[in-house]
Design a protein around this ligand. Structure first.
Ligand code: GLA
Length: 730
């Protein structure tokens, strides 16, 4: 059992292979947080807490004249609004009398073997190699209306601790949860840096590092999706932490909707971290006997730097979050029609491209947007998921059969959650879109969002999707979502439940994805939201890969994929070679460089094969062969960031190393060609210092490559890249 309970001292110590997390029930029944960090000798870390008489920090009634006891200063496990703790808190409840004052006290706890699950929500799961234990601590509010069950999942071998919360109304009156976050960690001592990933459409997950200062620093989304603008993964590190050294904590939210992540330093220099559903669009009505489950947060700790922290998440998400056939099966190299022909195609054009693609070794042909309803532009058609045979000039089955006859698989694009007003579905069911009565809704890309909190709406869309999937052989589905949500109102819910719509929408989305994958277990699902607008751990539970960005420019992608790699495995990152000049930036990069960058992901192509020059065909063939050869190393190996593309403008490097350290792939992209040769050197990571490695026939000890480094080949053309295979000498 990874959970130790010291009954005399009322201490819970949760232990993973390298970390420990500790809590203590104190004499008043308050659950204090005492420690999160390196694993050591089991010990009561509450000695670190200072009790002092602080002006304007009140005392709970039971403390009597003990003025040194204040929730405003103590490190707590699940702080609540209205308890005399004036910092940002995790829970805010509106009582039946309209008041918010609330305090929680320990009632009981339970240890369970295995990992808890949450109804309708994604969670990390246990496996034979990575078993889990669960601890549930139950607190009750002092007015005795509800319980708060705190869930902890300990995945010892993965160095991961997961958190969730269930609020259960056991009274006879209705309560309102105005905020119910999933996780709080109070750090009493130390200075920290906060690392977040901001962006916009076509520039997702840009890395930012700032010191945690006094006051509140928060990121989040109230767009109904996890968003391009901020990502629900962040790191908290010591100010000195680097890629390879130092104390690092990770917080990853397994949720695809609104989120809030917050770091704050209080008046006593203590740092509080909070993570959960953003309260902006949230107010949950809890009827007597009802329970609300907050989504899961996965926390990790290491003292080995940010690279090691990333590797914890990479492994955990690959093996204990992603599911289905493609968790392990090799994903096919694909050609997507979007940046190839956009919506301007018919069946003949697609078949011609598929023929070219098959010759080059491409394994899956994906027909993107434009095949259904009335859809030659993005102003109409969404909602009418029936094949436009007039446009294709054939049935879907005929198209798919021809593609299969070429030895390729066939895939298709959907945007199930959205609807154009110019569609038969909207004309029939205008109330199915999210809209507030008597207010014109905000449009995004000429479209509205369907009310996925409604089962009837979801069923209708799922039925349409199934009809398409059943009509032809289809092995891949891209699930897109191309706008932010607004006008959050569901026609079926009473006013008191409108604050639940945004969350119910996400539960509806998950319900539909679950049903779809249960019905088509072999279907490869790729998530997408205008590129990476919903790139989160919640989606990875349903779709093992997510289109990373609508920006396919290889140089811009360096920063986007660099930022993404902190919290997500390479196997999740959808990345394609597109044509040049690039459609988003106009930049021209070598074909080989575009492949080098796309290989740090799921790898595929997104260009019109008619534009490919004769001499480029063998190059592409070779790239595909190479990717297949390195597939295991890339997708299942250890990934190392060697430089930060924002900081080092000369060249950018990364590396994959096989778990047994017998082979590696070093990838370098030149950012600046410099005249009058200045040699650059890349220090490799993760090799075995004593092993001898071969690079292009030359022998190097691992220690030389890691300490001295490898001389970067001299680039003679702009943006030239290098893929350097390193193998142990046998
Ligand atoms: C989004 C996706 C693209 C493409 C288009 C189709 O922008 O990110 O890859 O599928 O939609 O409209």
């Amino acid at each position: 059992m990874a959970i130790l309970f010291n009954e005399t001292k009322s201490i819970f110590s949760l232990q993973t292979n390298h970390s420990m997390y500790q809590m203590k029930v104190d004499k008043y029944g308050v659950l204090l947080h005492t420690y999160y960090g390196a694993k050591g000798v089991p010990f009561d870390y509450s000695y670190l807490i200072t009790y002092a008489d602080h002006g304007f920090s009140g005392n709970p009634y039971e403390a009597g004249d003990e003025r040194t006891y204040s929730l405003d200063a103590l490190p707590q496990e699940y702080p609540v609004y209205g308890s005399g703790d004036y910092r940002s808190t995790a829970l805010k409840v509106r009582y039946p009398d309209g008041s918010h004052a609330c305090e929680l006290r320990y009632v009981r706890h339970e240890l369970q073997e295995g990992k808890y699950a949450l109804p309708g929500l994604p969670t990390v799961y246990a496996t034979e190699e990575a078993p889990a234990d669960t601890l549930v601590i139950t607190l009750e509010d002092t007015r005795k209306l509800f319980y708060v069950h705190l869930y902890y999942g300990i995945l010892e071998n993965l160095d991961l601790i997961t958190r969730s919360v269930c609020v259960e109304n056991h009274d006879a009156k209705v309560l309102y949860l105005e905020q119910a976050l999933s996780c709080c960690v109070d750090f009493q001592h130390g200075d920290f840096h906060l690392h977040t990933f901001y962006g916009r459409h076509m520039k997702e997950r840009t890395y930012q590092r700032v010191p945690v200062c006094h006051g509140v620093q928060s990121i989040g989304s109230n767009r109904g999706a996890s968003s391009h603008q901020q990502n629900p993964f962040f790191m908290l590190t010591s100010p000195q932490a680097t890629e390879d050294t130092g104390v690092c904590y990770g917080f990853s939210f397994l949720y695809s909707g609104d989120f809030l992540a917050l770091g704050s330093k209080d008046q006593f220099d203590q740092t509080r971290i909070l993570m959960g559903i953003h309260p902006d669009n949230f107010c949950y009505c809890l009827e007597p006997g009802d329970a609300f489950y907050a989504p899961e947060t996965a926390m990790a700790y290491t003292d080995q730097g940010m690279g090691a922290l990333s590797q914890i998440y990479h492994k955990a998400y690959r093996t204990n979050l992603c599911r289905g056939k493609y968790k392990t099966a090799r994903r096919p190299v694909l050609l997507n029609s979007w940046e190839s022909v956009y919506m301007d195609f018919d069946g003949k054009k697609l078949i011609k491209m598929a023929k070219d693609a098959a010759k080059m070794g491409i394994e899956l042909f994906v027909m993107d947007d434009g095949w259904f309803g009335k859809r030659d532009m993005d102003v109409s058609g969404l909602g009418d998921w029936h094949v436009n045979e007039n446009k294709l000039g054939c049935t879907l089955k005929e198209l798919s059969d021809e593609i299969h006859a070429l030895g390729m698989q066939f895939g298709i694009w959907f945007e199930p959650e959205c609807i154009n007003e110019d569609s038969d579905l909207y004309r029939k069911h205008p109330d199915w879109a999210l809209k507030v009565p008597d207010k014109a809704p905000v449009r995004g890309r000429y479209q509205l969002v369907l009310d996925f909190s409604r089962e009837d709406v979801r069923e209708h869309i799922l039925e349409q999707i199934c009809q398409v999937l059943d009509s032809a052989k289809i092995e891949y589905l891209k699930w897109d979502f191309n706008r932010s949500i607004s006008d959050i109102y569901s026609a079926l819910l009473p006013p008191k439940r409108q604050g639940e719509v945004a969350h119910r929408y996400i539960l509806g989305l998950y319900d539909m994805l679950e049903k779809l994958s249960a019905r088509y277990p072999d279907l490869l699902l790729e998530g997408c939201s205008g590129g990476g607008g919903r790139f989160d751990a919640g989606m990875l539970y349903y779709t093992p890969q997510i289109w990373c960005s609508d920006n396919t420019d290889a140089i811009d992608r360096l920063s986007i994929q660099y930022g993404t790699s902190f919290g997500y495995p390479i196997s999740a990152i959808g990345s394609h070679v597109s044509h040049c000049p690039n459609d988003q930036t106009g930049r021209i990069t070598p074909l080989e460089t575009r492949a080098t960058v796309a290989m740090a992901g799921t790898f595929g192509y997104e260009l019109d094969t008619n534009e490919i020059k004769e001499e480029e065909i063998p190059v592409i063939q070779k790239q595909i062969e190479e990717f297949k050869k390195y597939y295991d190393l890339i997708q299942n190996g250890h990934y190392y960031r060697l430089t930060n593309p924002e900081e080092y403008p000369i060249c950018h490097g990364w590396e994959f190393v096989s778990p047994d350290k017998s082979e590696a792939l070093l990838c370098i992209v030149t950012l600046q060609v410099q005249p009058n040769i200045v040699k650059r050197c890349m220090r490799l990571k993760g090799l075995c210092p004593d092993k001898i490695y071969l690079i292009n026939g030359e022998e190097y000890p691992g220690s030389a490559l890691m300490n001295g480094g490898y001389l970067v080949p001299y680039a003679t053309t702009e943006y030239e890249s290098f893929r350097i295979y390193i193998a142990e000498k046998k």
